[in-house]
Design a protein around this ligand. Structure first.
Ligand SMILES: [Zn+2]
Ligand SMILES: [Zn+2]
Length: 374
């Protein structure tokens, strides 16, 4: 395996720096992918900041997409030259995996955040031969190549642009799946989405796909609220300027919405989301917060049939759900490409700053092709 360029984070909250690293050849269950485009997700930044202690130095990146370059001897799902999206890892044998609830795999943390293979080995080292975590989400895709497992690669058609598809592997499927797979609102129902970043906007597009007729977007950023309207929101509320809970009650005849989705990870917003529900309403929470964060609710609000539940990765089985999202995109019904801004991989640090400032909704890095290939 040739050495490759990849973005390495060496210290807590440190920069992404392009380094030369080397990657192992695929083991029997592994797939080597030439990365064509890789999205930046909020989780890459919270791991850079060590909310979750993936060992540093590390190559992060968990929304890779590209072309299969080599396969291990036991791989049958994909072949060389296939186009793939890389999604999250799961074990496939625990009770939740067997029930199809891969986001709740009992080894989800180990498989995605340990930075190493399940046996503790690591496929990646720097130019001095020192170990670099190279198995983040079983992909570490902020580089020219990534090593994934057969389980977390998803084959996609060759006639769609692979460079935009990586974000379907995490952020976009998280928002869309929370609506389509988890909350499952029927046609004609009402939903409020709190936080109109790339995950919330994906939820809003999905709410339009399933036929919700009241789709409320809540954010503090007017530009994002305009985009939310373009993508399907029927109402927008600026949390900085108005009483969100009272406004949602007003626009639903005093009752509240049937579904709410919390995408910010902020305890005060969880409270608003639950307080915006009508009796028997369901609130999904998908925002990530530091370990140990607590929220408070009025017990009587929950008593009256309201439900609060967390949703990981949109309850999605990536092999089933990602091709569905690709087809919805192809039909123009799920235009997630409107969220994307491209950066060369060499400008990943600028991409991270722009994402944190909210200037860019979904940064997608384009690694330089190796050996002059395109
Ligand atoms: Zn499992
Ligand atoms: Zn993610």
């Amino acid at each position: 395996m040739p050495t490759i360029e990849a973005a390495v984070v060496r210290e807590k909250s440190g920069p992404f720096v392009i380094e030369t690293i080397s990657l192992d050849a695929p083991r029997p269950n592994e797939v080597l992918i030439r990365i064509v485009g890789v999205g930046m997700c909020h989780t890459d930044l919270v791991v850079r900041d060590q909310y979750f202690p993936t060992p540093l130095p590390a190559v992060l990146g968990h929304e890779g997409a590209g072309v299969v370059e080599q396969i291990g001897s036991a791989v049958t799902k994909v072949g060389i030259g296939d186009h793939v999206v890389l999604s999250y890892a799961s074990c496939g044998v625990c009770v939740n995996c067997q029930r199809g609830l891969l986001g709740y795999c009992t080894d989800l943390y180990g498989r995605n955040f340990s930075g190493a293979r399940p046996d503790g080995s690591n496929p990646c080292c720097d130019k001095h031969g020192a170990t670099v975590s190279g198995y983040f989400f079983a992909q570490s895709s902020f580089g020219q190549y990534a090593l994934a497992t057969e389980r977390n690669v998803v084959k996609i058609p060759k006639d769609v642009p692979v460079e935009i598809m990586g974000p379907l592997g995490c952020g976009i499927q998280t928002g869309a799946g929370a609506v389509i797979n988890a909350l499952k609102p029927g046609a004609g129902t009402s939903i409020a989405v709190f936080g109109a970043g790339s995950v919330g906007l994906s939820a809003i597009m999905a709410a339009r796909v399933v036929g919700c007729t009241t789709i409320v977007a809540v954010d503090l950023n007017t530009q994002r609220l305009h985009l939310a309207e373009e993508l399907g929101a029927t109402h927008t509320l600026n949390g900085a300027a108005q009483d969100v809970v009272a406004s949602i009650r007003d626009l639903t005849g005093g009752e509240g919405v049937q579904y709410a989705l919390e995408c910010t990870g902020l305890p005060a917003v969880v409270r608003q989301a639950v307080d915006s529900l009508r009796l028997t309403g369901i609130c999904g929470t998908i925002g990530v917060s530091p370990l140990g964060t607590e929220f408070t609710l009025d017990m009587n609000a929950v008593l009256f049939g309201r439900t609060v539940r967390g949703v990981i990765e949109g309850d999605s089985v990536p092999d089933i759900f990602i091709p569905q999202l690709v087809e919805l995109w192809r039909q123009g019904r799920f235009p997630f490409d409107k969220l994307i801004k491209f950066f060369p991989l060499s400008q990943i640090e600028e991409a991270a700053h722009a994402s944190e400032k909210g200037n860019v909704l979904k940064a997608v890095m384009l690694p330089k092709p190796i050996d002059g290939r395109t």
